[in-house]
Design a protein around this ligand. Structure first.
Ligand SMILES: O=P(O)(O)OC[C@H]1O[C@H](O)[C@H](O)[C@@H](O)[C@@H]1O
Length: 282
């Protein structure tokens, strides 16, 4: 079942319920902010202090960072993580192929407003499939006459039981850029988090595993060879108005990205798809 809903502040979202899972997707940002398999805990984390306000990004869920990830490369006055996450997408198609699966197709197209921030014509399509797995496929189509270069991320916030028990597998021997120190290092073994972490793993494998002591999540990426791992830890959580002080203990971002050297140049008329598929097992 697909239902149009809105919060008391008139923040529009779509609620999906089928035989295997339920989910919620805001039209602002094409932002999935809830996904939960039947009889399981939510897989995707959402801050209890997240604003649902027009023009402000939701804290949690899977923000679409596009057409740049992080700070704009030349103009730091432009919004962090690009223009998509605060722009209004439209729902252009929805399907319920069987009782276990629901598909939404959302679109953002260039407009006078986007052109004033980023001077290229584009069509951005986000296909979200809610079922036993959660899949997001973000397709960038260049409808301009000149090529453009994007960085981007499907910035997934995972709900976890206890950050102290988390390990992320699949990055052994992978080079990463530590965004906190600007050092390039090599990962040895699994990733464990015991402090603030903000890293871009380069040439990362297509599959990573997140284990938190109670469940395992398989993260399969396509069209991406960079993965961002982020946990703000205690001090930064306290400094962020949209996070609860101890929320760093129950969330971890593992972001399927085209970040840093993994930027993609798309020729006029061409397209690029960044995709992630999440499957949970106990
Ligand atoms: O606060 P936001 O703009 O949502 O960004 C949240 C985080 O996103 C990514 O993980 C970046 O690598 C971090 O540097 C940033 O702090």
């Amino acid at each position: 079942m697909i239902t149009n809903k809105n919060t008391p502040g008139s923040f529009d979202y779509i609620e999906i319920q089928n035989a295997s899972a339920n989910a919620r997707v805001a039209l602002q940002g094409g932002h999935l902010f809830h996904y939960q398999q039947l009889h399981r805990k939510p897989l995707i984390w959402l801050s209890g202090k997240s604003p649902f306000e027009k023009g402000k990004a939701i804290r949690g869920g899977i923000p679409v960072c596009w057409p740049w990830f992080g700070q704009h490369p030349t103009d730091s006055s432009l919004p962090q993580h690009g223009l998509a996450r605060t722009s209004l997408f439209e729902l252009i198609d929805s399907q319920e192929p069987d009782e276990n699966s629901t598909e939404l197709l959302l679109q953002l197209q260039s407009s006078a407003e986007t052109l004033s921030i980023w001077p290229y014509r584009f069509q951005l399509l986000l296909k979200i499939t809610v079922g036993p797995a959660l899949t997001l496929a973000l397709t960038t189509k260049n409808s301009d006459t000149k090529p453009f270069t994007i960085t981007s991320a499907l910035h997934s916030y995972f709900a976890i039981d206890d950050i102290g028990k988390v390990s992320v597998q699949g990055m052994d021997e992978t080079e990463y850029l530590d965004l906190l120190t600007n050092q390039t290092l090599i990962q040895r073994g699994s990733i464990h988090i015991d402090k603030e972490v903000d890293r871009v793993y380069r040439k990362s494998a297509n599959t990573a595993l997140l284990l938190d002591g109670t469940r395992t999540v398989q993260i399969r990426s396509e069209g991406s060879s960079s993965t961002v791992i982020w946990n703000p830890w205690s001090d930064k959580s306290k400094s962020m108005s949209d996070m609860e002080d101890d929320s760093y203990q129950t969330m971890l971002c593992i972001e399927t990205a085209n970040a840093k050297q993994d930027a993609r140049t798309i020729a006029s008329g061409e397209e690029h798809c960044l995709k992630v598929s999440l499957t949970e097992s106990v």
